[in-house]
Design a protein around this ligand. Structure first.
Ligand code: AMP
Ligand code: MG
Length: 406
C-alpha cells in the first residue's frame, strides 16, 4: 500500500509523460486556459510618456506659477505650443488629461487638486511641493518591445487578457484540454431521472466527477454506468481505452468485494498497475494504472464507489497532479485552528470534511459533521478537507491543522 505522498508522486510522474497538445484560440476564448507560449510585447508599454493624473504639465521646478498655454486630452495630442517648435518653455503649463501624451520638454505633472487657476494663470496651492518627474508614466516602463509580457503556463484571467490585448494578439496559443472519460459501475445504480426503490441508488458519481473535471476547465466525457457484470464492464473499458482520451476515471467495483471486477479487468485489458490502495481515509481502495498503445497513453483511475471517497480522491490525488502538470502552483491550503477534538486512532492520512472561516483575523475550522464516506450531503456543506497526517493521533481542539480548499 502506498502512502499519500508516494501515490501523488507516482501520478504526477505519469501525468508529466503525457504529450500535451496545444491550439490557437481567440483572445476571449483563452479565458481560464493555460498559455502554451510566452506572450511578447510588440510595442513599448506604455507606448509614449503619458500623464498619470488630470493636471498640468510643466518643466520643473524653480517657480510656483505658470502660464497656461493650451491643453491636451487623451488621444488628441497636439504639439504645444506650435509656435515654439513644439517645445514647452520654462513658465509654460499645459492642461493635460490622464493617459494623454506629455508635451515635449515637459517633465512633471501637477495634479489639478494641487493648483489654483485664475484665467490663464496657474499657481501652486499653499503647502504643496512638487518633485521633478512626478505623475509621468514613462514610455516602455511597464514593458519594452520584445520582452515577455506573460509567461507560458499563465492561467488566463481578466488581468492577463488585458496584457494579451495590449500586445495586439487576437489569437493566443494555449494547451488543449485534457480529455477524461467517466464510467460508473454498480448493480445498484439507476439514472437520476428515476425514483429509487428498494436498494437502488441514483448515479451521482458520474455527475460529480464530470463537474470536477469541468471545474478545472478540462473536457469530461460521460460514459454512463454499467452493472457489476464482468463482461459488460470489460466491453465498456475496451471501448474507452480505444478512445482519444487522456484519462479514464471509473467509480465502484475496485475494492475487495466479490463483485469488484475493475482491477482484474484493467489487468486483463493491458493496463499496467502503478498502485492499488493508498493509506488514506476516505478513498483507500483507489487504483491507478497506465494504458499505452501506439503513442497513446491513458491514465486510468479506478475510484471507489462511495460518493465522498470518489470525489475526495479526485481532489487530493488527481487535481493536484493536473495542477502540477500545468505549473499551477495555487495557494490552495490554509492553516487553521481546529475548533473540536478529532478522533483518529490509525496510521492513515485522513482528509476530514471541514468548514473553514475567518474570525477576528484568524482562520478557524470545524469538523463537526458526519465524516461518513457515503454522506455526500455533508460533503457538499464542506468548503475544505482537513489534513491529519499519518503519524498524528486524535488532534485536539486548538491545534493548527492544514486545510485543502475544495
Ligand atoms: P463500491 O466501491 O462499488 O463497493 O461502492 C460502494 C458504495 O458506493 C455503493 O454501495 C453505493 O452505495 C455507492 N456508489 C457506488 N457507485 C456510485 C455512484 N456512481 N453514485 C453514487 N453512489 C455510488
Ligand atoms: Mg459496487
Amino acid at each position: 500500500m502506498k502512502t499519500y505522498n508516494e501515490a501523488l508522486e507516482i501520478i504526477k510522474n505519469e501525468f508529466e509523460k503525457l504529450s500535451l497538445h496545444t491550439e490557437e484560440v481567440d483572445i476571449l476564448g483563452s479565458m481560464n486556459r493555460i498559455l502554451a507560449e510566452d506572450v511578447i510585447a510588440d510595442v513599448d508599454l506604455p507606448p509614449f510618456d503619458n500623464s498619470a493624473m488630470d493636471g498640468y504639465a510643466i518643466k520643473c521646478c524653480e517657480r510656483k506659477s505658470w502660464n497656461i498655454i493650451g491643453e491636451i486630452s487623451a488621444g488628441n495630442y497636439t504639439s504645444i505650443p506650435k509656435d515654439r517648435s513644439g517645445n514647452l518653455k520654462e513658465g509654460d503649463a499645459v492642461l493635460i488629461a490622464t493617459g494623454s501624451k506629455i508635451p515635449n520638454n515637459a517633465d512633471t505633472v501637477i495634479p489639478v487638486e494641487d493648483v489654483v487657476v485664475e484665467g490663464k494663470n496657474l499657481r501652486l496651492s499653499e503647502n504643496i511641493f512638487i518633485k521633478k518627474g512626478m505623475n509621468i508614466r514613462i514610455k516602455g516602463n511597464d514593458l519594452t518591445k520584445g520582452s515577455i509580457a506573460l509567461n507560458k503556463y499563465t492561467k488566463v484571467d481578466a488581468k492577463a487578457i488585458a496584457v494579451i490585448a495590449s500586445c495586439g494578439k487576437e489569437k493566443v496559443k494555449v494547451f488543449s484540454k485534457l480529455k477524461a472519460a467517466i464510467l460508473a459501475t454498480g448493480d445498484e445504480l439507476i439514472p437520476i431521472n428515476e425514483t429509487p426503490i428498494d436498494d437502488k441508488l441514483r448515479v451521482s458519481n458520474s455527475y460529480s466527477l464530470y463537474a470536477a473535471v469541468k471545474e478545472m476547465n478540462h473536457s469530461p466525457l460521460m460514459l454512463g454506468f454499467v452493472k457489476d457484470d464482468k463482461e459488460i464492464i470489460r466491453h465498456k473499458i475496451k471501448d474507452a481505452i480505444e478512445m482519444n482520451i487522456d484519462m479514464l476515471i471509473t467509480t465502484g467495483g475496485v475494492s475487495v468485494g466479490k463483485y469488484d471486477f475493475l482491477k482484474e479487468i484493467f489487468e486483463e485489458e493491458g493496463v499496467i498497475e502503478k498502485f492499488w490502495k493508498v493509506n488514506i481515509k476516505p478513498g483507500k481502495p483507489i487504483y491507478f494504472g497506465i494504458y499505452e498503445k501506439d503513442e497513446r497513453k491513458i491514465l486510468v483511475f479506478g475510484l471507489p464507489g462511495n460518493p465522498v471517497s470518489a470525489l475526495v480522491n479526485f481532489y487530493i490525488l488527481i487535481k493536484p497532479a493536473i495542477e502540477y502538470l500545468f505549473h499551477q502552483n495555487h495557494i490552495n491550503t490554509i492553516a487553521a485552528v481546529l475548533l473540536d477534538d478529532v478522533k483518529k486512532k490509525d496510521n492513515k492520512r485522513h482528509f476530514l470534511r471541514g468548514i473553514l472561516f475567518k474570525e477576528k483575523g484568524e482562520w478557524k475550522v470545524t469538523s463537526k459533521f458526519s465524516q461518513s464516506s457515503g454522506n455526500l450531503v455533508e460533503l457538499s456543506r464542506a468548503n475544505c478537507l482537513i489534513v491529519v497526517e499519518e503519524e498524528k493521533r486524535n488532534p485536539a481542539k486548538g491545534e493548527k491543522v492544514e486545510c485543502i480548499l475544495i
